[in-house]
Design a protein around this ligand. Structure first.
Ligand code: PEP
Ligand code: MG
Length: 556
């Protein structure tokens, strides 16, 4: 990424801004400290005693395993089990048969030293992963280099990286390996910025769970232009990095940081606490997101999961139909970064206000009442099938729930479920894994669905009430029309009765019910919803904590 301002005035350096991917939304202000690895230059040496070299490899592996176990234990305490899992994988990779066969064969056939054999194996394997089509597998190339560097360091008996200074700093690096990121002393690291690296890497995932503001992939130019000790501000919200920030920028970002601090203060008080009323009623509080990148905020706010992932944003951000592979990667990324928490992905909901050129939808007089959402999917099953295949494939990598929007009748639900069955059979015949316990639900966002919720509930695992559309359709008020605001009573008894009716019918049929429309964040209604027996409230990330506070103050 190219800096958009780069000027020097005498000895006073003017501000330079770099852009990358913010992987954890927070602001940090401090001095640059470059992360330096103790380089272990690997030389090729001819040796006679190959058995001795093989013994050295075994000893180094034992030491590397010991180090990785210690890192794993540290990660377990600091970032939780699912994130610490990568170091168990590293330990397993050290034992990988192909990897070890390659090292042994290079030593024996070329009669070379162990360090060289490990370095050559690392290059070969890392390149092989880097060329794979699957983005997740490509990102594993960094893991191969990470374990190999460790092994080489153990062979040479040299430690890992240079210790960082005593003051708090912003760590800047070309890239950080997961083990390097987790080995950083959390108290001394204000933020980190890397020139390269993917937001799919475990390093990015770790940054989120360690609450470290981080920007990844600002570009190679950053490395040449920034030095130790430079003043820098990292905005993990926007992915911007300001080097030698000017007064206005500093003031603005420090204000943003103060806002974050206040939010964090709340977070600290509420993190880990149950979403439970004073008299013991529990409710799940989840977050709504529209992009793969937003999971950082969801984890930071300690939501119970994602109650609504608006999958249409993948389509909206694309110039053509996203392929099965692109969707699979996106869904898997969301599931992976939510570390085992439930993620409900809503199938494509376009039409009405969300128009996409390449769908070539006809212009309609009343688009909100037109061909939208599930109606498009059922009319063009090839698009729907691609999405369902991607979703079920991704289901093997986390806890997926899926739901269908704009349902009005039983036959639509049956058609959706039949297509799910077909897709699962197809995957079976191709030998592709998927979770067999994926919950399937529908949105209750038309009055019709609420009124016949007794008929719909036996077909599904859950309902999710979309109050934005439910209100528009119940009150006959176009949600896009600003002139109707005076006519929209968001607490209208008709809407509340439809929600209550749906809750009753869900529970009578062993289904659960959540609300994912904006009304879920209206804390003046929280008590009403809990009295109706709503099991889950899903809101935009900034509302998770105020809602948790509210729930904990209610006595039903
Ligand atoms: C809703 O209608 O309440 C809802 C959550 O869906 P969207 O706002 O995306 O239409
Ligand atoms: Mg809706």
């Amino acid at each position: 990424m190219i800096p958009y301002s780069k000027a020097y005035e005498g000895t006073v350096r003017s501000m330079t801004v770099y852009r990358g991917k913010g992987v954890y939304g927070a602001v940090a202000h401090g001095k640059v400290s470059f992360f330096r690895r103790k380089e272990t230059a690997v030389r090729r040496e001819n040796i006679e005693d190959t058995a001795k070299e093989l013994e050295r490899v075994e000893a180094a592996k034992a030491l590397a395993t010991e180090q990785l176990s210690a890192i794993h234990d540290k990660a377990l305490k600091e970032v939780g089990e699912s994130n610490a899992g990568i170091f168990e994988i590293h330990i397993m990779m050290l034992e990988d048969e192909d990897y070890n066969d390659s090292i042994t064969s290079i030593i024996e056939t070329q009669k070379v030293n162990a360090e060289y054999a490990v370095a050559a194996t690392s290059d070969n394997f890392a390149e092989m992963f880097a060329n794979m089509e699957d983005a997740y597998m490509r990102a594993r190339s960094a893991d191969i280099r990470d374990i190999s560097n460790r092994l080489i360091a153990c062979l040479s008996n040299s430690g890992g990286s240079d210790a960082i200074t005593d003051e708090q700093v912003i760590i800047c690096a070309d890239d950080l390996a997961p083990s390097e990121a987790v080995s950083l002393d959390r108290d001394k690291v204000l933020a980190f910025v890397t020139a390269f690296g993917s937001s799919n890497s475990h390093t990015a995932i770790l940054a989120r769970s360690m609450n470290i503001p981080a920007v990844i992939g600002v570009g190679g130019e950053f490395l040449g232009s920034v030095s130790d000790g430079d003043e820098i501000i990292v905005d993990g919200h926007t992915g911007e990095v300001f080097v030698s920030p000017d007064e206005e920028t500093t003031g603005r970002l420090l204000k943003k940081q103060a806002g974050d601090t206040e939010k964090k203060r709340l977070l600290q008080e509420l993190r880990g606490k149950e979403n439970v009323t004073l008299d013991g009623t529990k409710v799940r509080i989840c977050a709504n997101i529209g992009s793969v990148e937003s999971t950082g905020a969801v984890l930071a706010d300690d939501a119970d999961g994602i109650g609504l992932f608006r999958s249409e944003f993948l389509y909206l951000g694309s110039d053509d139909y996203p392929t099965e592979e692109q969707q699979f990667n996106a869904y898997r990324k969301v599931l992976g970064s939510m570390a085992g928490k439930k993620v409900i992905i809503r199938t494509l909901d376009i039409g009405a206000d969300k128009q996409i050129d390449y769908f070539k939808l006809d212009k309609e007089d009343n688009p909100a009442l037109g061909l939208r959402a599930i109606r498009i999917c059922l009319t063009r099953p090839e698009i729907f099938r691609t999405q369902l295949r991607a979703l079920f494939r991704a289901s093997a990598f986390g806890k997926l729930g899926l739901m269908f929007p704009m349902i009005t009748g039983v036959s639509e639900v049956r058609k959706c479920l039949a297509l799910c069955d077909e897709v699962r059979k197809e995957l079976d015949s191709e030998g592709i894994k998927y979770a067999t316990d994926t919950e399937i639900g529908i949105m209750i966002e038309t009055p019709a669905a609420a009124v016949i919720s007794d008929k719909l509930a036996p077909l599904v695992d859950f309902f999710s009430v979309g109050t934005n559309d439910l209100t528009q359709y119940t009150l006959a008020c176009d949600r896009q029309n600003a002139k109707l605001e005076a006519f929209v009573d968001t607490h209208h008894e008709a809407v509340l009765r439809l929600i209550e009716m749906s809750a009753k019918n869900a529970h009578a049929n062993n289904a659960w019910i959540g609300i994912c429309g904006e009304l879920a964040a209206d804390t003046t209604l929280t008590e009403t919803f809990l009295r109706m027996g709503i099991d889950e409230l899903s809101v935009s990330p900034p509302y998770v904590l105020p809602l948790r506070e509210k729930v904990r103050s209610i006595r039903l």
